[in-house]
Design a binder for this molecule. Structure first.
Ligand SMILES: Cc1ncc(COP(=O)(O)O)c(C=O)c1O
Length: 480
């Protein structure tokens, strides 16, 4: 930063300018999909500074708390969240100089926790295997902390009227202007219900008597679709799309605003989001796929031309190691490779497809170690120049070699690798695998002389989990 652009000390109590970039997001038309009779537009909420639509509600909820005196200078902002709301609050409240304390369920990814910590938020981990009413449930933990910490403000996005108000006052009017006052339907998802309630109220005002349809796109497993269709509250299932879908009706969610609903499963959601990136270059999160798939279904059912809007609620960055990663997709059962009915089905990374990280016998031990760290594995097959698998090297082999003399990191891999390989043919049995694992090894699958890939304990566990009967899979909660 140049001297002239550095803020003088006297301006330190000014709010950082980044907050003025929240909202006013672009709107683009979808041109590469079959939208039937409709024109479909996307509001790019992924372009908010914190990467999601939740920046808007973070700003609105913090400003409302300041205005009514619930949040004073030096105060602490507390929220139970693992998702985008946490990022938005960490950004907004952090920029305004408040302490930010987030209660995060323990199933959330390290990336998300690291992200809010990097923004300066403090994190308390709570249990994700308990439900509301349990003292260790993340929202109860947050509420209790708010009672204990003087000067704290519990945001509670699920019951905070400033959440829908943000959409009623900003997102809705922006869409209305960008669409030149010509909108027939808006497709939304529900996490806290803020988007639905805020947009629904706004569009009911500009075109009363449900002149603009509010269409819900809900993940299969969430209870909201069924509630809209039948008025029944059913048992929830589980879904992998993040940020939308619920197992209860949030206080601020006015479900009576919904005029039509679609249920979209994870497979269709992920496929739609990936296709959106390929075809239109728009990098959205998993819920973007749900909304797009719902909007396309709605569009294709229409018999008259309509102008339809949906959202790209958050950026795809957070999903690079999930929905955008083919190995993760296969491991979770969202991409199906044609099964061979043998051990080769358990190989997550196939050598022939260039998916296996390997080292050469002449590479240094340091190279092997760095490669293990970078790809988060604890062993590597050693493959010679002709593509033959001639050994395996793991962390213990490295330790034996370097623990007395770290300069040995410069020695070649061939001096430390194990060349007594535990190879199995593809038609071996799972019991054979267990034998290999019992001897502390990983299995190397070879067909004749061809190296197919490795099978680790973790590969076997993933395979077994994937083949667990659906009926015995416990539902998982969604955390927004
Ligand atoms: C990732 C994500 N978070 C949050 C929301 C909005 O949820 P709500 O305003 O209901 O909390 C959406 C909506 O589509 C979403 O996709």
């Amino acid at each position: 930063m140049s001297e002239s652009s550095a803020a003088p000390a006297t301006e330190h109590n000014k709010t950082p300018e980044i907050l003025s970039l929240i909202g006013d997001t672009p709107l683009v038309e979808v041109t590469q999909f079959d939208t039937g009779q409709c024109q479909l537009f996307l509001k790019l909420e992924n372009q908010n500074p914190g990467g999601s639509i939740k920046d808007r509600i973070a700003l609105s909820m913090i400003e409302a708390a300041e205005a009514d005196g619930k949040l004073q200078p030096g105060g602490t902002v507390i929220e139970a969240t693992a998702g985008n709301t946490g990022l938005g609050l960490a950004l907004v409240a952090g920029a305004k100089g408040y302490r930010v304390l987030l209660v995060i369920p323990d199933k959330m990814s390290q990336e998300k926790i690291s992200h809010v910590r990097a923004l300066g938020a403090e994190v308390r981990i709570a249990r994700s295997d308990v439900t509301r009413g349990h003292p260790e449930y993340y929202q109860d933990v947050a509420a209790r902390l708010a009672e204990q910490i003087p000067g704290s403000f519990y945001v509670n996005q699920f019951g905070n009227p400033a959440n829908p108000l943000a959409h009623e006052r900003t997102t809705g009017p922006e869409i209305w202007e960008q669409m030149r006052h010509d909108v027939d339907a808006v497709v939304v998802g529900v996490g806290s219900g803020g988007t639905l309630t805020g947009l629904g109220r706004f569009f009911n005002r500009v075109k009363p008597r449900r002149g603009i349809e509010m269409v819900l796109a809900d993940p299969t497993g969430s209870i909201l679709y069924e509630y809209v269709k039948t008025g029944q509250l059913v048992e929830s299932g589980s879904w992998a799309v993040e940020g939308i879908g619920e197992d209860f009706i949030p206080d601020i969610a006015d479900m009576s605003l919904v005029t039509e609903a679609y249920e979209i499963d994870d497979v269709d959601s992920f496929a739609a989001a990936r296709e959106l990136l390929h075809k239109e270059g728009i990098f959205g999160g998993s819920s973007t796929g749900t909304l797009l798939a719902g909007a396309l279904r709605y569009c294709r059912e229409q018999t008259k031309p309509k102008r339809v809007v949906t959202l790209v609620p958050d950026t795809g960055n957070k999903y690079l190691s999930k929905m955008y990663d083919n190995f993760w997709m296969a491991e979770q059962g969202f991409i199906h490779r044609p099964p061979h009915g043998d051990l080769s089905d358990l190989i997550s990374h196939r050598y022939e497809a260039g998916e296996v990280i390997t080292v050469g016998p002449d590479d240094s031990l340091l190279t092997a170690f760095k490669r293990m760290r970078d790809s988060d594995v604890s062993q590597l097959p050693v493959v010679d120049k002709s593509g033959r698998s001639i050994g395996i090297i793991d962390e213990s082999d490295l330790l034996v070699k370097v623990h007395r003399e770290p300069s040995r990191f410069n020695d070649p891999v061939s001096t430390a690798m194990t060349d007594q390989l535990e190879t199995l043919p593809p038609d071996a049995k799972i019991a054979d695998l267990l034998g290999v694992f019992d001897r502390g090894r990983v299995a190397i699958v070879m067909e004749d002389n061809k190296f197919l890939g490795l099978i680790t304990r973790s590969d076997l566990l993933s395979y077994l989990r994937l083949n667990m009967p659906k009926s015995s899979t416990p539902p998982e909660r969604e955390f927004v």
